[in-house]
Design a protein around this ligand. Structure first.
Ligand code: ATP
Length: 536
């Protein structure tokens, strides 16, 4: 045993020595390369370079907001044949660098997911061999400034999004990335179809970056074309949600995320101690948005984090997601709330399809999907009609129970076949499967004035008319096993005259996931929180 330990210690000492020697060799080599290529010093082992000022690492003090040069910057995405022969200045990341001998190098420069091929060809008074060497030595993902002339090659460019090249005249490294990256952005950007095709054509297995690795190194994963598009699209969804409601005379309110008591029921919560009192992170803004209606706000919406401590290890549940919540007075019927859902989402889908074509293409490039099918007037089916459709298709379901994920999907398919839509509303749910604050139906108390909304057979919204009579609210809470003492301020707010009202809650990440038919909600949450993940 002791002998074994000794020998393993010797081995690790030897390995450490070897590593140190390797590191020293690398350091010396890097120093020599830096001296050879430094545009600042301009002296190289191949002799002084008259073009030395056209390349090099930008010294830190130049990057400390020292001066404003007035130079004009061009974005990579805007580079087209129209700029032919023009001189442009771009900043981007060195996605791929390939030297061809000593006289030529290709650099794929990426900015916000768009890429352009930049070429260095040794030529008198334009590009020196030292400059090519400098470019070839830049580590992947380093930030570079490139000045050059736009040219249009005769053949289509395969490895870049922009169909022009930049003939480099100046190249500066703004900041270097580590030499070894945990994941390669090109690997993370590859579609499964591309990996399959490459394997079939060449027999070579390309790297496939799995979901967990992507999330561990999210900031590298974020740099892919598809991810740039997903999160931009998400921002559009947020914006369209806000714009539509503001135009309808709703306004945005902010509700507390720290709440008293232990839960409003339904979902598991993250409990915490609030100055020695039991408290929890809000599982929704439900109670406070309703209280705002009792305060005569008429129509409100809330955008914010929602916390659920459920142990849901599924493709569509997170422990923290973004809730888009609406609450409004109604005059007569909960269909007034469904009308808002209908118009809000049809307008949102229209505008996403119209304004976000680039993003949708970028997402589809990596994760192919068919555009969402939806009707001008959203289909509304009652829960009973849905159950009947399932029964007719031979699916056994409890008529007064909830639908599980599988039956929801099956119903989604049946609805798509029969009505030609992948977006629809199912309403009049059994009362027993809805939260205590849901208004029972007037004609049959086994049902409720509630609805769920589905995209491609998966739930994105729950909504309902709420109980506005405090006595009924109290008895419903008790029936649902909720300790009314813990929600007394909520119930009391209905004692001073509350208008009939209703509302709904949408999960932002689910909307984006399902609109783009993505297979996992973690793809639409920037830094997802699930039962196994609290970092990064
Ligand atoms: P599910 O049945 O899918 O668990 P739910 O009935 O618990 O959802 P609600 O509490 O009514 O959902 O929340 C409203 C909306 O919030 C849902 O339709 C969904 O879009 C979103 N949502 C709910 N729970 C989660 C979660 N854990 N992760 C992400 N989004 C969620």
């Amino acid at each position: 045993m002791e002998q074994e330990q000794q020998s393993s210690q010797e081995i690790s000492k030897k390995a450490a020595k070897k590593e140190a020697a390797k590191a020293e060799k690398l350091r010396r080599r890097q120093e020599a390369a830096a001296a050879a290529t430094s545009g600042v010093a301009g002296v190289s082992i191949e002799g002084p370079d008259p073009l030395a000022s056209n390349y090099g690492d930008i010294p830190i003090n130049e990057l400390q907001s020292k001066s404003i040069s007035g130079r004009v910057w061009t974005t990579v995405s805007s580079l087209t044949v129209e700029q032919k022969d023009q001189s442009v200045l771009v900043r981007g990341r060195a996605q791929a660098i390939r030297a061809v001998g000593k006289k030529m190098a290709f650099l794929t420069v990426r900015e916000k997911g768009y890429t352009v091929q930049c070429v260095l060809t040794v030529a008198p008074d334009a590009v020196s061999t030292q400059m090519v060497k400098f470019a070839a030595g830049i580590s992947k993902e380093s930030i570079v400034d490139i000045e050059g002339i736009v040219t249009v090659p005769p053949e289509a460019i395969k490895g870049a999004s922009q169909q022009v090249e930049v003939q480099v005249r100046k190249i500066y490294c703004v900041n270097r990335a580590a030499n070894v990256l945990p994941i390669n952005v090109e690997d993370a950007a590859r579609s499964d179809a591309e990996i399959r095709r490459h394997l079939e054509e060449t027999g070579e297995q390309l790297v496939r970056v799995n979901q967990d690795t992507r999330l561990n190194y999210r900031i590298l994963d974020m740099r892919t074309h598809a991810n740039q598009a997903i999160f931009r699209l998400e921002s559009h969804v947020l914006n369209l949600f806000r714009q539509f409601l503001l135009n309808e005379d709703f306004f945005e309110i902010i509700t507390p995320k720290l709440t008293a008591g232990t839960s409003e029921g339904g979902a598991a919560v993250f409990k915490l101690e609030y100055k020695k009192q039991p408290a929890c992170l809000a599982q929704s803004p439900q109670l406070h948005k309703q209280m705002a209606i009792c305060g005569d706000f008429g129509g409100v919406f809330v955008v914010g984090p929602v916390f659920r401590a459920e142990d849901s290890y599924t493709h569509r549940h997170l422990c923290e997601f973004t809730g888009l919540d609406v609450e409004m007075e109604i005059k007569e019927h909960y269909s007034e709330v469904m009308d808002i859902v209908d118009r809000l989402f049809v307008e949102m889908f229209d505008k996403l399809n119209e304004k976000c074509q680039k993003q949708l293409e970028a997402i589809g490039g990596q994760y192919p999907f068919k555009p969402l099918k939806y009707l001008r007037k959203t289909l509304r089916l009652t829960f009973e009609e849905g159950i009947q459709m399932l029964k007719d298709a031979g699916v056994e379901v409890d008529p007064l129970g909830d639908l599980n994920t599988e039956t929801e999907r099956t119903l989604g398919k049946l609805v798509a076949e029969k009505y030609g839509t992948e977006f629809y509303i199912l309403h009049r749910y059994p009362l027993a499967v809805r939260p205590f604050y849901t208004m029972p139906c007037a004609d049959n108390a086994a049902y409720s004035n509630s609805f769920d909304v589905f995209i491609r057979g998966e739930e994105i919204i729950s909504g309902a008319q709420r109980v506005h009579i405090p006595e009924l609210l109290e008895s419903r809470a008790q029936e649902c096993g909720i300790d009314v003492k813990t929600i007394s301020t909520y119930i009391d707010s209905f004692r001073y005259g509350a208008p009939p009202h209703g509302g709904f809650g949408v999960g932002l990440e689910r909307v984006v996931m399902l609109f783009c038919a993505l297979d996992n909600i973690r793809k639409t949450s920037l830094f997802p929180r699930d039962p196994r993940r609290l970092e990064p």
